[in-house]
Design a protein around this ligand. Structure first.
Ligand code: HEC
Ligand code: HEC
Length: 259
């Protein structure tokens, strides 16, 4: 989705929200209150009661446009991220409540999130197929992208990512002029992402990278960049391009080692 499309949809959402405000405020009131309790008990020590966080260690959630994407919140809470712990004990309803809270508290106005929506996102991120058959699952070692797709993304990577992640995807040291970031291929990268689906990696990359200007590429271009990362990490190419479809990507698991 391009940025222009997104803001048009956003504007329509605001009009709708205003029209439906009376009904919505009541329905969402209980979830908002439950979410505040969960937030105060689990999140406020880092993100602060004011939502302002303690940058740069703990990012602000107040006024944070990344919260427009419910999948980003659900992914962070379920799986953790760098210095943020995972909250495996929070169920879909609780995650929906805390997501509703952080999207509506302070001066945020990103709207409520339902438990159904969260369940759907969780299923996608956890890579559970319809039958939940883990044994038949595809992994990154099964030839899930094409070489030409990876080659196409090389120039984007060099232009937009290499300054912080290294031209050889091995990360850049903190003293580098342009910025620094973790490796995007190799053992340390696979340890960080192992066991999770390519959908989670796609979602994270698309909504937060490049760090100072996220979301500037099309979904297919982000899928191509991930293909480039996989090829650099020696996962073999195949006959079908890596799709930009999150539910298809959820069936491909990042595994540390072949087999
Ligand atoms: C121990 C500290 C800590 C706790 C507790 C914590 N977080 Fe975080 N949170 C972080 C850090 C650090 C990041 C940045 C992670 C990264 O490097 O991407 C983060 C990132 C996030 C983000 C993504 C922000 C962005 O711009 O990408 C969201 C949303 C979030 N946290 C929500 C929550 C919620 C909801 C809770 C409670 C259920 C919570 N956090 C609890 C430390 C914490
Ligand atoms: C200005 C520096 C910068 C640029 C440019 C940048 N990144 Fe990042 N990237 C980071 C930092 C810093 C982190 C670690 C984020 C954190 O801990 O919250 C990161 C994390 C990541 C991660 C997660 C790695 C992990 O081990 O968790 C991926 C994937 C990623 N970046 C992909 C990209 C891609 C693809 C691009 C180009 C489209 C890009 N980045 C551009 C700085 C950058």
């Amino acid at each position: 989705m391009n940025r222009t499309g997104f803001s048009v949809a956003g504007a329509a959402g605001v009009i709708l929200a205003v029209t439906a405000f009376g009904a919505r405020a009541q329905d969402d009131g209980a979830a908002f209150d439950q979410g505040r309790t969960i937030y105060e008990q689990n999140c406020a020590q880092c993100h602060q009661p004011s939502g302002e966080g303690i940058p740069p260690s703990f990012p602000a959630l107040a006024g944070n446009d990344n919260l427009e994407d419910p999948a980003l919140i659900v992914n962070n809470v379920r799986n953790g991220r760098q210095a943020m712990p995972a909250f495996p004990d929070l169920g879909a309803e609780e995650i929906a409540a805390v997501a509703t809270y952080v999207r509506s508290a302070w001066s945020n106005d990103y709207g409520a999130v339902s438990a159904d929506e969260v369940s759907e996102i969780l299923q996608t991120l956890d890579g559970e197929g319809e039958d939940g058959d883990q044994a038949a699952q595809t992994t990154i070692w099964d030839g899930v992208y094409t070489q030409s797709q990876a080659d196409d993304a090389r120039l984007i990577y060099i232009g937009a990512c290499a300054a912080c992640h290294g031209t050889r995807l091995n990360g850049a040291p903190a003293e580098a002029d342009m910025g620094s970031g973790p490796p995007l291929a190799g053992p340390a990268f696979l340890r960080e992402w192992g066991g999770r689906s390519v959908a989670a990696l796609f979602e994270y990359t698309r909504s937060t990278m490049p760090q100072r200007n996220p979301g500037q590429y099309s979904d297919q271009q982000y899928a191509d960049i991930i293909a480039y990362m996989l090829s650099y990490g020696d996962a073999p190419a195949g006959d079908t391009p890596l799709p930009a479809d999150i539910s298809e990507l959820s069936n491909i698991i990042i595994e540390a080692e072949d087999g």
